[in-house]
Ligand binder design. Structure first.
Ligand code: ZN
Length: 247
């Protein structure tokens, strides 16, 4: 596979952030959009975000929030605010949105790219520590020599890990990471709809397989407008406030 891939994750029903990101991506002349899950949850526009993704023909895997909302399973282990948001979202979504979420696969291989939400073969697990990275590089290698880049979300923090040892690269935007054919990579573009790395702007990444590099981007969006919708919807105030500080 060649060309330029836009990578987005953890949209979380934030229509203002997703719209700003898609505007930027569209201006960048890309070949495809891949989405690493958590399309819904936390914020107030689940149906609109699903529609946008569908219009963009994004290649999308399921996140833990998408599964919790669509499958209606046990959410006792979710944080209080996350649980309230799941309950709210279950009521807010259309049947069409539910069917879209329900049909999302847990992982997808697209040429040399492997898309998943949390960890390889586990939607709920985080890649946070060096140990997690080493484990995931091992599982990535187990998928065959063709798979070179694992794309993940779930932590809501942009990250790039290089090689089997999980060396951490700097991804403070704007950052450029050269991709060497002999290395494997684990890349998290950061969160579109609820960043938690201290930068409140929406995050995304571009993977350019012709130029062999990944670039990390941030885009400002109308946080106030998104906050107002969260508050008006009766979702927890903390979910509205955290957007302001990106935590
Ligand atoms: Zn998430």
């Amino acid at each position: 596979m060649t060309g330029r891939t836009a990578v987005i994750a953890d949209l979380h029903a934030n229509l203002e952030a997703l719209t700003a990101v898609i505007e930027q991506i569209t201006a960048m002349d890309i070949d495809r959009i891949v989405c690493l899950g958590d399309v819904v949850g936390y914020n107030a526009n689940p149906n609109e975000c699903v529609d946008l993704l569908r219009n963009q023909k994004a290649i999308c895997v399921a996140g833990n929030h998408d599964i919790a909302v669509a499958e209606g399973g046990n959410i006792d282990f979710f944080t209080n605010a996350a649980r309230q948001a799941v309950v709210w979202t279950r009521r807010a979504i259309t049947e069409e949105t539910r069917r879209f979420l329900l049909a999302l696969p847990r992982e997808i291989q697209v040429g040399p790219l492997f898309l998943f939400h949390g960890s390889v073969h586990d939607t709920d697990r985080y890649i946070m520590t060096r140990r997690d990275a080493v484990d995931n590089f091992r599982m990535l290698a187990g998928l065959g020599s063709r798979v070179r880049v694992g794309l993940f979300g779930h932590t809501h923090q942009a990250a790039a890990l290089v090689g089997e040892a999980g060396t951490v690269a700097d991804v403070s935007s704007p950052a450029i990471l050269g991709l060497l054919p002999e290395n494997r990579y684990l890349i998290n573009p950061g969160s579109v709809g609820q960043p938690r790395d201290g930068d409140p702007r929406a995050a995304f990444a571009i993977l350019d397989q012709d130029a062999q590099r990944a670039t990390f981007h941030r885009v400002a969006y109308d946080i106030r407008r998104c906050r107002d919708k969260i508050l008006r919807a009766g979702l927890p105030t903390a979910l509205a406030d955290r957007l302001l500080i990106g935590r």
